[in-house]
Design a protein around this ligand. Sequence first.
Ligand code: CUO
Length: 688
Amino acid sequence: MNTDLKALELLFQRPLEPVFTTRDNGKTVFDLPESVYTDRYRNNTEEVSNRFSQNVETRIPIREVARKPNLEFASKLGRKQQFSLFINKHKEIASQLIQLFLDAPNLQQFVALAAYTKDRVNPVLFQYSYAVAIAHRPDTRTVPIPNISQVFPSNFIEPSVLQDARQEASVIAKSGNRTVLEIPANYTASDREDEQHLAYFREDIGVNSHHWHWHLVYPASGPMEIVNKDRRGELFYYMHHQLLARYNVERFCNRLKRTIPLSNLREEIPEGYFPKILSSINNRTYPARISKQQLRDVARPDGSIEISELERWRDRILAAIDQGYVEDMQGNRIPLDEVRGIDILGNIIEACNTLSVNNQFYGNLHNQGHTIISFAHDPDYRHLEDFGVMGDVTTAMRDPIFYRWHGFIDTIFNKHKALLPVYNDTQLGFEGINVTYVEARLGAANARPNTLLTYWQRSSANLAAGLDFGPVEDENITATFRHLQNAPYTYTFNVINSGPRRSGTCRIFICPKTDERNQPLRLEEQRLLAIEMDKFTVELMPGENTIRRESTDSSVAIPFERSFRAVGASYQPTAADDLTRFRFCGCGWPQHLLLPKGKPEGMQFDLFVMISDYTQDAVQQLSNTPNDACSTAYSFCGLKDKLYPDKRTMGFPFDRRLPNDTLNELVGAFSNMAKTDITIKFNDRVIG
Ligand code: CUO
């Protein structure tokens, strides 16, 4: 095996430990040039390197770094300070560090540089910038990026479990004899708090690691070549819009009304959140947001932001939407049209300062909203507190306020979409294509069609790679946790093609039929709550076609093993494509949350299927880079080094107004669409 690639993989382990300690269950150590040691250990290099050489099986030589980088820029972020992608200053530092990593002329020098840098900059900053570099350098294609929950487990789980894990692992030498630790469910609030009914969704490890990974793949700042991805602004809108739709539907399942968009930043926020998790970097808990907290202007050493600035940017953006154009720095008008409008707005609103057409004028609305909310408990730094969970993409989705803030951001995008013309027959139809039958059915032989099942499942994750200063031998520290799961099912569609052989894009959505009070939803409401389930290309022969598709093949989700895959020596992919498979693999909605929970007595949904004309959907890819076996969740995450593979605007056909009042009428008017009622039943038991 290429030892440079191996070294890169190992630098993800034990992020807080110095680079000279062992990795891979104590079996591997780096042979480091003296210059890598920081001043703290410079006088003891022999002692520490001897100490960590015992029982080692592999020594990986690291070269001297050719030109020592000046890391002055990174010292503005202390080693024990929290790092946030939403804070401008931090983003700039990360962007410089990424550039430094991308500029390393070859693999050996990249390894040398990474080893040199690791103990000299903030560890979370390092892990983020390093992962971005690995995801984007052509020579590191095969290096697997571990799941963030395993690099920094404390950001994901209840902290007393970590304490137990360290204890168990240092007292009981053999992992086989260790007690399996249980991460409790429902530890952040009691059921006095309504919002607690959604904790299983907000605090899910897969949900949060997907969100982290998405922002890793689509950084908002950094070198142009990695920021400027095809339709990234639109994908920012769409991926977060889908998170919102899923969250709101999940709320209906729990008899809660839709989340209220945070459109007034001056009103106190009724719902508080006490995260209880620890920051890996300084062992402090993430600060809480008390109930009825009022947001205030932030004035801290790291930067200031006034609520009135956000309001000004918001109003300018809304005015631009009403006018139908934005203005760039030179005052040129750029139309917010049907095709590019949403992408332009996405980059303005997020804000992606590299791609926003006018940073100064439209500002930094979404990011600074995260910042203001995340500092609500200590806006002027008088208590020396760091940001709350909203300040960090690994943790933001835990807090109910995330959905209120993004709900507000989503209403801005939806306003633009609502002003576009209603979709017409040519856009929606597909001449000569008739979808005559639709069903979804569980795998069991005697399963009834259109009744799907959810339940609780207990699964485990290995926390060893992220347990800094934990035991080195036999790294197998397993913790189990409960999460929602759905029984796999198969879609079957019958399609009559009365024309020649041709291709179509099959688009599958589910829409809630009623709200939390069982009141029927209008199509205009349903379309904003439509959950994309899958999208794939089909070949249609003349005459009757039967199409089958497994729920586990969904283009939005990734399988469980990728959300929680194990890292370390005991895990070695074998098949040729296994290595590449893990490249972009962490991005994707967790398969175990593909279906909303439903209700014990069953909850009805519309299962909607549309086959659109592939000649209008197809995208001519520019590059001939090989298909990345990992980019399976392309609806949410795109394809690596390629154009977004569907020419229609994201969310089509539900992203714009439709010509009918009800879903039944829509489906009746277009033969290439069909729907059926499905029921999702929730079994309140832990299975498996
Ligand atoms: Cu993903 Cu606000 O963009 O958290």
